[in-house]
Ligand binder design. Structure first.
Ligand SMILES: [Zn+2]
Length: 593
């Protein structure tokens, strides 16, 4: 996910948003620090409040420990998390343990385990022995007893308890959520993207290392039902008024996708015949929403059909597809997508593209489910590359619109999102410190992909690239370079400058031109060095042709009677500026959308 709260949208879109106030630096430092914001369009809100792009981010020792492959992390590779957690809504506390099985890659004597304050470690045990550890903020450094040779497979168990950070504004400012439903019954969930799974369970909180599988055993009061990731293997009634729900994920999973969802759920199931056979669908609305949910969740099958067609098979047939109602807006929790869009179409009933197309479908079902391919199956190794999750998931909204309403509508939807682009900071952030780039990773990223689709200029090939990315990087963690290189290679185009322009700079390419006596002179301005993206423009009334501008002036013959007849194909996210326009008008250079 995650998209900005409804309340924030007017602020981000209002004219006031562009005249930014000086920032209250304290707030920004909090956002840039170890308590990162998670992903999400809500980032707009904070940036708006903080006037963010001017404020230098200050990274701390804690950010490096959290966001880099430290020496205490790099020698071991997680293969299995065996997580057991008991949640007590009465006093907002949890207690549990995680037994981590790992492969030794190279000998190491000290091991980093992440668990965020104020949670407390009770003991750390390996081979029947208690191990010593030192705490450094949100990380524990554990001293092993004996050397561990390469290729050894070992297990270490961390017992812990406490009152985990309570989410302030989930899903964006996340943690544990101790909510009540409208009947004042307990509704306990987690949401911790960005902040990190270590806010409620001990793990290697580093995106590049995922387990091959995971158990999530959640114990909660008898009155509640827990829905976590993967498949339910066992339900055990305990003697103390609690029940344990044992879920098992048979695939690699992002730590931040592991979730508790405990509430008064109704349940029904269904099946979908997809590209990899029978996919089970399980739906968990709150009991009093079951009738509404049965209607709204009918959108799941057309979503699966559209996305399997564009991206290839749903990535988790073994674990199924689930949609679970949550008190927060939503999150891409793997194989158990969190849903809190109040059974409305659009984004809480609104259309982010302002075209009307976005009101034809439920934003949370579409966007969060798209993350099963983009984010969950293909996962960034570093938070800085979060565009891999959000640009594709946002572009998927346009593709879903295309599936439902036709290609033109899909294009209009993505183009409509340009109004929300800020160009405040680059989309790619700083590596190694769990840093997150601009919220432009959503709408600008989607428009970059729409632009690249024009360059590929062959929908069959474009679909092949999207499916090929999923096939090539299936269930893997990746860097932006891998994704960029793949698209360049498969398209036969060197797109490196296009990626640099849109992901690493805040400037929008401007096509400067002069039209005189059927001669068009043009060049790129506001671009990175070497940017030479071809673009489609009108060369006669109603005829579009490719031109290949560079940063040097070029010219070509056209058959246009009036300057107004000149247009850049609006599927390209660029500006166009008529240099022969009278100076009085030059402040409003013709903006091509
Ligand atoms: Zn998202």
């Amino acid at each position: 996910m995650k998209l900005q709260n409804e309340d924030d949208l007017p602020a981000a879109l209002s004219p006031a948003a562009s005249s930014r106030e000086p920032s209250p630096p304290g707030k920004w430092l909090v956002a840039a620090g170890s308590r990162a914001l998670g992903c999400g369009l809500v980032v707009f809100f904070f940036q708006f409040q903080a006037g963010a792009q001017e404020a230098p981010k200050v990274f701390t020792h804690a950010d490096t420990i959290r966001g880099s492959n430290t020496p205490q992390r790099s020698w071991w590779d997680v293969s299995f998390y065996d997580l057991h957690v008991k949640a007590n809504p009465t006093d907002s506390s949890i207690v549990g343990y995680d037994a981590i099985t790992y492969r030794v890659l190279k000998p190491g004597r000290e091991m980093q385990i992440d668990l965020q304050m104020p949670l407390v470690v009770d003991s750390i045990v390996q081979d029947g022995l208690k191990l010593r550890s030192r705490r450094d903020g949100n990380a524990f450094f554990v001293t092993l007893v004996a050397p561990q040779p390469a290729r050894a497979v070992k297990t270490i168990a961390i017992y812990y308890h406490g009152k985990p950070v309570t989410a302030v504004r989930p899903p964006w400012d996340g943690g544990f959520v101790w909510a009540k439903d409208s009947l004042a019954r307990d509704w306990v969930v987690t949401a911790n993207e960005g902040l990190g799974a270590s806010v409620w369970w001990p793990n290697k909180d580093y995106l590049a290392d995922e387990p091959d599988s995971q158990r999530v055993a959640v114990t909660i009061p008898d009155s509640l039902i827990d829905v976590s990731n993967g498949r339910l293997r066992a339900t055990t009634r305990n003697s103390d008024g609690t029940t344990t729900y044992e879920w098992f994920v048979r695939n690699p999973i992002n730590n931040y996708d592991v979730a508790v969802n405990a509430g008064h759920y109704a349940h029904w199931n269904d099946n979908y015949q997809g590209e990899n056979g029978n996919l089970t669908l399980d739906f968990y609305p709150l009991d009093y929403h079951v009738d509404t949910a049965r209607k709204q969740f009918q959108q799941v099958k057309p979503m699966l059909q559209c996305f399997e067609s564009w991206f290839g098979p749903y990535p988790w047939y073994e674990d199924g597809y689930k949609l679970v109602e949550t008190p927060h807006l939503g999150m891409e929790h793997q194989s158990a997508v969190a849903y809190g869009n109040h059974y409305k179409n659009g984004y809480l009933g609104r259309d982010r593209s302002a075209t009307g197309h976005g009101l034809q479908w439920d934003f949370i079902i579409i966007h969060e489910s798209a993350h099963e391919w983009w984010g969950n199956s293909i996962t960034m190794k570093d938070q800085a590359d979060m565009w891999i999750h959000e640009s594709f998931a946002t572009y998927a909204e346009g593709l879903y619109t295309e599936c439902q309403q036709g290609k033109k509508a899909g294009e209009e939807y993505t183009i409509g999102q340009r109004k929300i682009i800020r160009n405040d900071r680059p989309i790619i952030a700083k590596y190694g410190v769990n840093d997150e780039g601009s919220g432009d990773m959503y709408d600008k990223g989607a428009n970059m992909l729409l632009t690249i689709r024009q360059l590929v200029d062959d929908d069959t090939r474009w679909k092949g690239i999207l499916r090929g990315l999923n096939k090539t990087f299936w269930h893997q963690t990746v860097t932006t370079k891998q994704i960029e290189d793949y698209i360049s290679h498969q398209s036969g185009l060197d797109l490196s400058k296009v990626f640099d322009q849109y992901l690493r700079s805040t400037r929008v390419p401007t096509l400067e031109y002069k039209l005189r006596r059927n001669k068009l002179t043009y060049r790129w301005a506001d671009v990175v060095r070497g940017f030479a993206m071809p673009v489609r423009v009108t060369t006669a009334s109603d005829r579009y042709e490719w031109i290949r501008p560079t940063q040097r002036w070029k010219s070509t013959a056209v058959k246009l009677d009036r300057p107004e007849d000149f247009h850049v194909d609006e599927n390209f996210y660029v500006n166009a500026k008529d240099l022969l326009k009278p100076v009085a008008d030059s402040t409003t250079a013709r903006k091509v959308q």
